[in-house]
Design a protein around this ligand. Structure first.
Ligand code: FES
Length: 82
């Protein structure tokens, strides 16, 4: 799967890693703190595509936002980093 960062690079995503791990491993810096879906520091706009969460995230997010630290891509994604 391809994770396209708006106005940025495209990286490969996979279902065995969180989105945050895939982005980091391929040199894309994402702001984060807890890495467990609590704090909301990693909130990212999801413009296109679908993700899944192993457990529902606890931090507040808008309908068009995702928490890369605890979701995995289900399709190609277009995201906008804060
Ligand atoms: S880093 Fe805390 S919710 Fe993602």
């Amino acid at each position: 799967m391809t994770i396209q960062v708006q106005d940025g690079p495209a990286v490969q995503g996979c279902t065995s890693k969180t989105l945050l791990e895939s982005l980091e491993q391929q040199g894309v810096e994402v702001h984060y703190h807890c890495r467990e879906g609590f704090c909301g520091a990693c909130r990212t706009k999801l413009i296109e595509g679908q993700v899944e969460y192993a457990t529902d995230p606890l931090a507040f997010i808008d309908d068009d936002e995702i928490l890369p630290c605890c979701c995995k891509p289900l399709s190609n994604l277009l995201i906008r980093l804060a």
